[in-house]
Design a protein around this ligand. Sequence first.
Ligand SMILES: [Zn+2]
Length: 303
Amino acid sequence: MTLQKLAVSLALLAALLFATPLAAMDPAWTRPFPPFRIAGNLYYVGSADLASYLVVTPQGDILINSSLESSVPLIRNSVRTLGFRFRDIKILLISHGHYDHCAGSALVKQLTGARYFVMDADVPVVESGGRDDFHYAADKSMWFPPTHVDRVLHDGDQVRLGGTVLVAHLTAGHTKGTTTWTMDETEAGRTLHAVIVGSPNVNPGYKLVGNTRYPRIAEDYAHQFQVLKSLPCDVFLGAHGGYFGLQQKYARWKAGDRNAFIDPQGYRSYIDDREQAFAAELKQQSDARRAGSHPQPPAPPPL
Ligand SMILES: [Zn+2]
């Protein structure tokens, strides 16, 4: 074993042994999942719920989402199982700067030398290891290794490698720089629009009204839904497998249905559902604030 291979093995072992975040985790986050080709040069290399994607090009590969530190050995195994080389990853992207999508980024960079591209508004979170997060800054269980960003992305920027183009859409709210990635895939002579949703979810405890650390949060969510509704989508994907029914669709894929992930209707339904959840939460918080500032007279006693 060469010294370099020994160093890689030790880094991966350390990731498995020591990188256990304190936050309660869904067991599906760390459950291995079979890697497979989704469409064109786009492959699934994530776990049963934490979605990671590999885009394979003649000039090297792109990885979307490093996930947890302990995910990195799983992702590496998936890449190898597909017949690709982990060290061919040249560019690392993320869905957003929460530890379940980016805690493994420092290790991926260390193992592959990949350059890390992150949306402008998530750069402070990523480079501070979560200590700059508008909501979770004080929660150490959400921290992760601070990671240097090599290229700062802006809304609409393209990431190009080996003839493949990915577009970064700012879909903020869940984090200030949540990014939805789109790319076109050619499958059986047909162009398919793939959308990897960054996260449209309002986490428990998020303050949508009067948020001093993120005053624009409600406007950003509203803008996100406008953007998501405007994107053409054939292949519906996202940062978590749960967004798009990974496990159910994979079962169909495995049974021979190569169109299992083509789901424009499922995409629209999901976005509508998440928009309604956001609107309901915003209304509840707005009503509560109004009631707080103008107390309602006590209800009359029942007659
Ligand atoms: Zn998140």
